[in-house]
Design a protein. Structure first.
Length: 368
């Protein structure tokens, strides 16, 4: 049976989000309906609201969801009503060249499921009966959501849902960039540009990996203080430092082994690339606007053997990585409680987005 629910919707770019009553259809074959317990308010959601990530509107926001299975569709065998689950905003078809070679975050099917379920259909309508698009095949900033089974990961019961929700994007993206993409070694020197939600997780990922020097860069002093709590050994205020590259090279004795750009600005990607040593690696983790560009000296790639690469979703293998991240949290090695600055009721969603845009929170979470 379908469900009535409240949902957070973007109807127009660069105006406050709205909370509306919606209809959520029951799951069809290979789908499940999830009763959400928590949803992170991610910067990617804000990027959809402000147009950095262009998505057709109206759009139900949310991709960092955690909850319990309320209904299962035909053919579903790996999930049952009552299971605790986390959403994954990339579909994992298990059949394309990327899935079968261990890179499901680049799944061909997932790349097409931007505003709907993998088959292009929707299970959501507004009060007038008009269809509502869903953020990255999820749309989990709602009391109920129907998802394809390939966008859902089952976890052991007992995990706090607000913390579990953060695992599904911000934590996976940041910690995964360290473990999966860069494979940071113990003792390495690391530069992290941007100490927001993703940057903090890069920082704590580097600390868990045993990096010897972790340099956090931001323009907000309170974020730099928070970065230290998550494992940064040094902090640089980019608004006060005239030459960031020079400062990093002085601290590291020639350049960092790794640099993570967690903002999504071409000019900062250039800074990250220049700040790594010979043979070093700069990784672009932040999401940039489509028209954004970066510029690097081509010769330095050859003569200094530097690497510039991307890290999408922390090169995630969600069914393997989500439980591992939860295990790190349960072993008190991964900070999730400390990430949550504030929780909100769904009716407070406009304030949650305002706080995110103003940089007031490490992470905000809507709790249902």
């Amino acid at each position: 049976m379908g469900r009535k629910a409240k949902a957070v919707i973007c109807r127009q770019n660069n105006v406050p989000v709205v909370v509306e009553a919606i209809e959520v259809d029951s799951p069809q074959r290979d789908e499940v309906m999830v009763k959400l317990g928590a949803c992170g308010v991610c910067h990617s959601d804000l990027s959809a609201v402000n147009g950095t990530i262009g998505m057709p509107l109206p759009l139900i926001l949310g991709h960092e969801g955690a909850g319990t299975v309320a209904e299962v569709g035909a053919g579903v065998t790996e999930f049952a009503v009552g299971d605790t689950v986390i959403s994954s905003f990339v579909n994992m078809c298990g059949k394309c060249r990327y899935c079968v070679t261990g890179r499901p975050h680049l799944c061909d099917v997932g790349a097409k499921a931007i505003i709907a379920l993998p088959d292009g259909s929707l299970r959501t309508r507004d009060a007038a009966g008009k269809p509502l698009n869903i953020f990255s095949a999820c749309g989990v900033m709602a009391e109920y959501a129907t998802l394809h089974v390939n966008n859902v990961v089952k976890i052991a019961p007992g995990m706090p849902l607000p913390q579990a929700a953060l695992v599904s994007c911000g934590v996976m993206t940041g910690v995964g960039a360290v473990f999966n993409t860069a494979k940071v070694e113990p003792g390495a020197s690391v530069l992290v540009i941007g100490a927001g939600g993703v940057g903090l997780n890069v920082i704590q990922g580097c600390a868990i990996a045993g990096a010897g020097m972790i340099i956090a860069v931001d323009m907000a002093e309170h974020k730099l203080e928070l970065a230290k709590q998550f494992g940064a050994t040094h902090a640089i205020n980019a608004g006060k430092e005239e030459n960031l590259v020079k400062a990093v090279k002085k601290l590291t004795g020639g350049g960092a082994d790794y640099a993570f750009e967690c903002i999504g600005l071409g000019k900062m990607v250039e800074q990250a690339f220049r700040a790594v040593r010979k043979g070093g690696t700069a990784l672009v983790v932040g999401v940039a606007r489509a028209e954004d560009n970066t510029s690097i000296k081509t010769a330095s790639i050859t003569f200094e053997e530097k690497t510039l690469t991307g890290s999408y979703y922390g090169s995630a293998r969600p069914r393997e990585d989500f439980p591992r991240l939860i295990a790190l949290y349960q072993a008190k090695k991964l900070k999730l409680d400390e990430l949550i600055t504030r929780t909100y009721r769904i009716d407070e969603a406009p304030q949650a987005f305002a706080d995110l845009e103003a940089g007031r929170n490490a992470r905000g979470v809507i709790v249902f």
